[in-house]
Ligand binder design. Structure first.
Ligand code: THG
Length: 264
């Protein structure tokens, strides 16, 4: 499982405050904690600061890479902000994200190859917007795959994100995502599937319960990455256990390492 730590996001009050006070240490601490907890990428998102995003995003890249060695996940809908962040980033970044929307596709595609980045590809386009059904998502996945592979991007560097919508809005939104995950892994076996898990529970109480159940279900269908809070012990424990039970953890090595780290 490829874990993308979601906590450095200005939609979170504590991060918005730390950014406005230029509290470098607070942000660096959160970055280090996520890496210690098992994150493989640290997501950075300054999307709420529309006007300042273009300066803040590369600044976040700089201060986070000053203290952690893992690559970052550059989370922005704005191709110009992504480019500035990539100019600052050392090593191979992950871009979050591209969509099948005409303008975004044409502006983000060249950045992937220029910076040799991996890419999160969202199931979204100009026509349907955010899709409801697996069928709509898979039609978009095909177009994304065609464009990405056409530009020379390897399947192993593509992370499809089905785009999760709340089950409180439509009770079928969970199963439509599960069907999408299974179909992506069947049709494009060398690509990855990731998602921002917490949207599933939006508008309901006991959100953690739904997020946890849905993580396990998506993994059973072949999802092999997630954008999550790695400091959430229960969620991480379920993730590690599920990964082991699915046969992805030879000799139960990661499971044993995780359990040992909790005893300390
Ligand atoms: N797909 C992709 N990228 C994404 C998302 C996705 N990036 C953003 C988001 N969705 C995932 N990241 C976060 C980061 C923080 C929180 C949720 C998702 C979070 N939310 C608190 C909550 O939901 O209760 C509220 C914020 C707060 O703490 O104040 O923490 O789907 N590719």
């Amino acid at each position: 499982m490829i874990i993308i730590g979601e906590l450095i996001n200005t939609s979170r009050k504590a991060i918005a405050e730390a950014v406005s006070k230029k509290d470098v240490q607070y942000i660096q601490d959160i970055a280090k904690k996520q890496v210690e907890a098992g994150a493989h990428y640290v997501d950075v998102n300054a999307g709420t600061l529309v006007n300042d995003e273009i300066e803040v995003l590369p600044w976040l890249v700089k201060i986070v890479q000053d203290v952690v060695d893992i690559p970052l996940c550059i989370d922005s809908p704005n191709p110009n902000a992504i480019q500035k962040a990539l100019e600052q980033h050392r090593g191979r970044a992950m871009i979050n994200s591209i969509t099948a929307e005409k303008d975004r596709l044409s502006q983000v595609l060249p950045l992937i190859t220029e910076y040799d980045a991996s890419i999160i590809a969202l199931c979204m386009d100009d026509k349907v917007g955010m899709p409801d059904t697996a069928e709509q998502r898979l039609a978009i996945v095909d177009r994304l795959a065609e464009n990405l592979k056409g530009a020379g991007v390897d399947e192993k560097d593509i992370f499809f994100d089905p785009l999760i919508k709340p089950v409180s809005v439509n009770i079928n939104y969970g199963t439509e995502v599960l069907d999408t995950v299974a179909a992506i892994k069947e049709q494009y076996p060398d690509t990855h599937v990731t998602c921002g898990l917490s949207n599933i529970s939006f508008g309901l109480p006991a959100r953690q319960d739904l997020n946890q159940a849905f993580l396990v279900m998506c993994m059973t269908k072949g999802m092999d990455s997630a954008i999550i809070n790695p400091l959430d012990d229960r969620l991480m424990s379920l993730l590690i256990s599920t990964n082991t039970l699915l046969g992805n953890d030879r000799y139960c090595k990661e499971f044993l390492r995780f359990q040992r780290s909790k005893m300390k």
